[in-house]
Ligand binder design. Structure first.
Ligand code: PEP
Length: 250
């Protein structure tokens, strides 16, 4: 049985002081939660966040990582740096990184491999645009993204990864995919993992849905057979996040 995972993506929100306040609030609100909780904070707050979350049930994640170990890569953060301060999760290939910062399926694959090498669990994002959905190519697109993301990842490594299916048209727009739409793609992703590895491996990998998740939509989303939780953007910035976790728990 896969554990429900609720991950928050704070994007470029919350200063370090605001981060400390909100995480301390979450620590209290979430202390009895059964779901796995991951909060992905801005890079500048990672160290503080890891210290606040130490010995709690909150895991801290980064929102990006580079695929080289060190060197002349101004502004980037290496997996070793994340590992050194205790970061155990990292979002890779979020659609905003693909759109604004040039991430591609190939760089996503390189980042996934590097994160795994350093014992950091990648949360691998995939998802189609509205025009791809309207043209009926969403399923094939996501399947291609998954195949490239997992290139040269062994099955022993794959079981320690998380996938987030995030239809781009649903991110930050208030338009949630219907639970049938989300389940259909997440089921395809699981089938794709079974094709790349085997059924047993595919059954072990958590697949989350992301895209305007709120306390009103999470219940139906996590009740779908192939959806194991949510990647939550906007609604992870307030105490609504604790309500989302609470609903997902039950
Ligand atoms: C996200 O940032 O991954 C996301 C899904 O955002 P939102 O929940 O705001 O749509």
């Amino acid at each position: 049985m896969r554990q429900t995972v609720i991950a928050g993506n704070w994007k470029m929100n919350k200063t370090p002081s605001e981060t400390r306040l909100l995480l301390n609030e979450f620590k209290e609100l979430l202390k009895n939660s059964k779901s796995k909780i991951i909060i992905c904070v801005p890079t500048i707050s990672l160290k503080d966040a890891c210290e606040i979350a130490k010995d709690t049930n909150i895991n801290i994640g980064a929102q990006n990582v580079y695929f080289e170990e060190r060197g002349a890569f101004t502004g980037e953060t290496s997996p070793e740096m994340l590992d050194d301060i205790g970061v155990k999760y990292v979002i890779i290939g979020h659609s905003e990184r693909r759109k604004f910062f040039g991430d591609t399926d190939d760089t996503v694959n390189k980042k996934v491999i590097k994160a795994i090498e350093h014992g950091i669990t990648p949360i691998i994002c995939c998802g189609e645009t509205l025009s791809q959905r309207e043209k009926g190519v969403a399923i094939n697109w996501v399947r291609k993204q998954i195949k490239i993301a997992y290139k040269d990842v062994t099955k022993e490594q794959a079981v320690n990864t998380i996938i987030a299916y995030e239809p781009i048209w649903a991110i930050g727009t208030g338009k949630v995919a219907t639970s049938e739409q989300a389940q259909e793609v997440c089921h395809t992703i699981r089938k794709c993992l079974a094709f790349l590895y085997d059924e047993e491996t595919a059954e072990k990998i958590s697949i989350l849905y992301g895209g305007s998740v709120t306390k009103s939509s999470i219940g139906e989303i996590v009740s779908q057979a192939d959806i194991d939780g949510g990647l939550v953007g906007g609604a992870s910035l307030t105490s609504e996040f604790a309500e989302i976790v609470n609903i997902a728990d039950n």
